[in-house]
Design a protein around this ligand. Sequence first.
Ligand code: NAD
Ligand code: ZN
Ligand code: ZN
Length: 337
Amino acid sequence: MKAAVVRDFTAPLAIEDRPLPEPAPHQVLVRIEASGLCHTDIHAARGDWPVRPTPPFVPGHEGVGVVERAGDLVRHVGLGQRVAIPWLADACGHCDHCVSGWETLCLQQHNSGYSVDGAYAEYALAHGDYVVPVPDGIDPMDAAPLSCAGVTTYKAVKVADSGPGTRVLVSGIGGLGHLALQYARLAGAETIAVDVTDEKLALARDLGADHVLDARIQDVPAETQKLGGADAAIALAVSNDSFRAAYAALRRGGTLVLVALPAGGTLEIPVFDTVLNGTKVVGSIVGTRQDLAEVFRLHELGRTRVIRETRRLEDVNDCFEDVLAGRVTARLVFDLR
Ligand code: NAD
Ligand code: ZN
Ligand code: ZN
């Protein structure tokens, strides 16, 4: 099978022919149809984060495909079923996080395309209990971005406590942000979209943002404060400056939800203001299997639009450059059919 492999953090990915993997008793072998390119895959391939994956590895955690083989212990999915392989490859299933609806915080989790091989390949192995069924009505090319960009921002909007009458700022209208904006609108919030490219600002308008700010030429905190400040700001741009701006755009009692993970990302905040303003700063990491099932259901009901372009896996290195240069509409998806 064909796979895109990271051999070295400083080298381009290599397209390799690998033997078809054998599913263990608890695993399924998935024939990948669609595999989304999340900015996280670029961080993974470059070793950007304090905990690094070990090369060689296959990135990709927005994998969607059909179960072709299943181990003897797999009970919840059947052959021929379309499933998603998300970031949470598996968790222990028993710790306090796992049993209280926070499996994404499990200390013993594995992550697709990071600590275990992911979906930048014609086939991928996955844990039978942690793949999420994709409803028949959903195009696999849409299901792929929903499996990380969708579920992550759906969760972030929940964590932000967005609701009718709240004002939510979405910083970065890329793969994640274009969906965050839609979930915030579905929650009933007034929305402020922030980006730094004309195309993304146009996309935000098209998706119905109530206010659109260009961080290149506008003072995001000042413009947001003119509106009364943001009850929540969801930080999705790969930029420390954007975190500072999102923090300063909050109104009293507001919540900054950190999602983006720039290399060496830091945010220094003034204690005095944070205390006096009752500001909350919270990190948000992907979402659970249940969150993803809800994301798929919303899409099946026609409530969300996935803005994506399809590419060939062979072009993965050019695709990384395009994402870094802001040259993509929102999400790139490898078509492996
Ligand atoms: P992306 O490249 O598709 O989107 C980033 C967007 O931010 C782009 O539209 C870009 O133009 C915009 N931007 C850049 N500088 C900006 C600025 N100063 N102000 C406002 N906008 C700006 O990336 P993505 O795939 O959406 O991922 C975003 C980040 O989220 C990455 O760091 C990724 O690793 C991280 N991520 C986190 C989680 C999680 O669970 N916490 C999950 C998935 C991705
Ligand atoms: Zn991702
Ligand atoms: Zn656990």
